[in-house]
Design a protein around this ligand. Structure first.
Ligand SMILES: *Cc1c(COP(=O)(O)O)cnc(C)c1O
Length: 371
């Protein structure tokens, strides 16, 4: 028995979730966000499953170039643009589109002659105050772009919503107002929404949606808020039970002795830990499926192991049984919430030690999710 700590990636789920995004976009185009190694699922694996998207978005050249080299001809947007002058010519060579978010990037474009013109998305800071030009500067930046030989004629406009995951937060509408005030007089396509905006704020969708997390099957909304989208988990993280110990009442389990057995009880050991990307801060009580049966993590997460409560299920489990940490049958949001984090961070954090494989559904078209 090899260690067998695996992330099973379902291309069928990715395709299904893209269809959900398409449907929600109601005719707007869909740019699949596959930054950070496809949210931890594997850049090229995800690109293949999502090749029906109208475009891809990544953070940097290192994520974009492999897509081109693998033969993808989609528009590919660099969400933070270029980081230094030499990247401009590489972006040209690979026909990558740039976000333009700062004066220094504009000056770079103005001062470099390039072998062909680049498509630019002018980023507007409508209230998140992270990247983008203030709305009042947009007309001026736009004019300078029109006069820049290295910039193609079709300038597009985007902004990013800070609170779209909360359907009751009016700041999204305020951001729409500020964005519109800046770009309404200009010609060109617009984009405002991430997954939460796409599903929760349909009036803000404009010409392009930029879904990320929903494509991987996690809800973009804060706890319990409607709508509950019909998404399927793209990653199931699983491992196996490698030991079962009977531990006496009053004895403790794991580092720091944070769990004390309230009675004589069976404790299972699963070979997965923070060295695999399972969150170290997941506390006792975090849900785990052993052989399909829900139980809870107990004690501290180690680098290579966790311990689980087998009370009530001891008769139905044996050494070697499969354990699901999240994914099919156990929504990642439940684990994230217990661990004080979000699904995004858990997905991106799965480490290279974990063996990635494609689910058996992967080579067929969209179909029922395998159970
Ligand atoms: C990451 C990112 C997205 C996708 O966000 P999700 O919440 O994962 O849907 C969209 N737009 C920008 C600018 C991003 O950086």
């Amino acid at each position: 028995m090899s260690r067998d700590t695996r992330a099973v990636i379902s291309a069928g789920a990715l395709r299904h979730n893209l269809q959900v995004a398409r449907h929600a976009a109601r005719g707007a185009r869909v740019m699949a966000v596959i930054k950070s190694n496809g949210y931890g699922h594997g850049l090229l694996r995800v690109a293949r499953a999502l090749s029906d998207a109208d475009a891809f978005a990544v953070t940097c050249l290192e994520e974009a170039v492999p897509l081109r080299e693998a033969g993808y001809v989609h528009p590919i947007l660099l969400l933070e643009g270029v980081f230094e002058p030499r990247e401009l010519e590489i972006a040209c060579r690979y026909r990558l589109d740039l976000v333009l978010h700062s004066e220094w990037q504009l000056e770079l474009l103005e001062s470099h002659r390039l072998s062909r013109s680049l498509s630019v998305w002018l980023k507007v800071d409508s209230g998140m105050h992270r990247l983008g030009f203030p709305p009042e500067l947009v007309a001026q930046v736009h004019q300078r772009l029109l006069n820049t030989a290295s910039v193609g004629p079709h300038i597009r406009y985007m902004t990013h919503l800070a609170c779209a995951d909360d359907r009751n937060d009016r700041r999204s509408l305020q951001q729409l107002e500020r964005f519109s005030a800046a770009v309404d007089v200009l010609r060109g396509e617009r984009s405002l929404v991430n997954s939460a905006g796409l599903l929760g704020w349909p009036d803000l969708v404009a010409d392009w949606a930029r879904p990320g997390i929903m494509l991987y099957g996690a809800s973009p909304f804060i706890d319990g808020q409607e709508p509950k989208p019909d998404l399927r988990p793209a990653m199931t993280l699983c491992s196996r039970l490698i030991a079962i110990n009977q531990v006496r009442k009053g004895e403790t389990v794991g580092y720091g002795a944070t769990w004390t057995c309230p009675e004589d009880m069976p404790v299972g050991v699963v070979t997965i830990g923070y060295g695999d990307g399972y969150p170290r801060h997941a506390p006792s009580g975090t849900p785990v499926l052993v052989n399909g049966l829900e139980t809870q993590l107990i004690g501290r997460v180690s680098m290579d192991m966790i311990t689980v409560d087998l009370r009530g299920i001891r008769d139905q489990v044996s050494i070697g049984d499969p354990v699901t940490l999240w994914g099919d049958g156990l929504p990642i949001e439940r684990v994230a919430e217990k661990a004080g984090t979000i699904a995004y961070e858990l997905l991106c954090g799965v480490t290279r030690r974990v063996y990635f494989e494609e689910a058996r559904d992967s080579h067929h078209g969209p179909g029922p999710y395998p159970v």
